[in-house]
Ligand binder design. Structure first.
Ligand code: ASP
Length: 363
């Protein structure tokens, strides 16, 4: 009889183990919908105040958040996966220059855009990430391609962009990502720090040729972090998380923040929650913020909001870090928590009303 048995390879053991740990994945997708979908989105946290934003800026940011949340909701409404919803939402924000991701990303101190992104599927713990990419229009799609089309989790720099190009992801010159406002913020910050001002990127309009759009200042004075992120729950009961960013204004070339680091700025597991963070990435890396929130849910059985508040208002505060998170659980809890004056945020659940918030005195 022995010859009828397949040798039980390590790979098969891993598959069996994953199936036991995450039984919802394949079985649930063949079943009729059993869950009510939900989505939470952020567009960065920081010193976001009414006086600085003004009524026009306020409505532009709210409109951007609304468009992005609706894009994700549409996917979920049609029975699409949380992963697809997260990617669709973030692509809208990457195209919107108000946010610090994709078009509108901040600059390194030598005047280039180096973008970071990650995506994670809570149903099977698959994850993909990229850092320091400069040409791929949608870093979130590149992160997803790393997850789905390579044996790796994390690609950086030219290798990541080249991979994106090789699989047909849209590539752009530096002038596409450039915005005059962010450039002026960079110049201001470098001057303040007594550092040299790099040449303007090739192909961008001459200084003074365009009227800079009203973007929130990302420089160190105002400490606004316009990173974008989304977490979603689909009708199959699976959750996912994604984050995309230009990083911190005037960062050192080669600096990588928390956003693309699995467990720091991005994490998702059906056994606990999905989280996307925004803030000074160095603190989020040191605290492994995203995984920490999920640990409190999984091992201390905390309600999601309490877990998020514990990490942001206690652990992050204790380190004097700043920022916030959005989070969701497979049973439909949604949360946001931040220790800054504002966080661009929105959420929507099936059959519910879209909530959009900016300042910390809003619900
Ligand atoms: N967390 C991001 C980073 O440190 C910045 C942000 O959230 O805006 O790269």
């Amino acid at each position: 009889m022995g010859h009828f048995l397949f040798p039980f390879s390590k790979q098969m053991a891993a598959v069996a183990c994953a199936a036991a740990l995450f039984p919802k994945t394949t079985a649930a997708q063949q079943q009729p919908p059993t869950h009510h979908w939900a989505i939470v989105v952020h567009g960065g946290a920081g010193v976001i105040e009414r006086s600085a934003l003004g009524p026009e800026g306020d409505s532009a940011y709210r409109a951007g958040l609304t468009r992005a949340t609706e894009a994700g909701a549409k996917v979920l409404e049609q029975g699409g996966t949380a992963l697809d919803a997260v990617e669709a939402t973030i692509k809208v924000l990457e195209d919107d220059p108000h946010f610090n991701s994709g078009r509108g990303a901040v600059f390194t101190s030598d005047g280039r855009n180096e973008m970071d992104s990650a995506i994670m599927d809570g149903s099977n713990l698959k994850a993909g990430a990229v850092a320091s990419v400069s040409h791929t229009r949608h870093p979130i799609s590149l992160a997803r391609a790393v997850m789905e089309k390579t044996p790796h989790v994390f690609l950086v720099g030219k290798g990541a962009d080249d991979f994106g190009e090789s699989i047909g992801l849209q590539q752009e010159p530096p002038s596409y990502f450039f915005t005059e406002s962010r450039w002026q913020q960079l110049v201001k910050q470098l001057k303040k720090e007594g550092k040299p001002i790099p040449p303007r990127p090739a192909g961008v309009p001459a200084e003074g040729a365009t009227v800079p759009m009203a973007l929130l200042d990302e420089s160190s004075d105002s400490r606004h972090y316009g990173t974008v992120g989304a977490v979603a729950l689909d009708v199959h009961g699976n959750i996912a998380a994604g984050t995309s960013t230009g990083g911190m204004q005037a960062k050192m070339p080669g600096r990588v923040g928390d956003s693309p680091i699995i467990g720091a700025g991005t994490y998702a597991s059906n056994q606990s929650c999905a989280v996307s963070g925004t803030g000074t990435g160095e603190f989020f890396i040191r605290l492994t913020v995203a995984r920490e929130v999920c640990n409190l849910v999984q091992f201390k059985h905390m309600p999601l909001q309490q877990a998020a508040d514990e990490v942001i208002h206690k652990e992050l505060d204790d380190l004097h870090g700043d920022g916030g998170v959005i989070a969701i659980t497979p049973d439909g809890q949604m949360a946001w928590s931040f220790n800054t004056p504002g966080m661009f945020r929105a959420r929507l659940r099936e059959g519910g009303k879209l909530e959009v918030g900016v300042y910390n005195d809003e619900p």
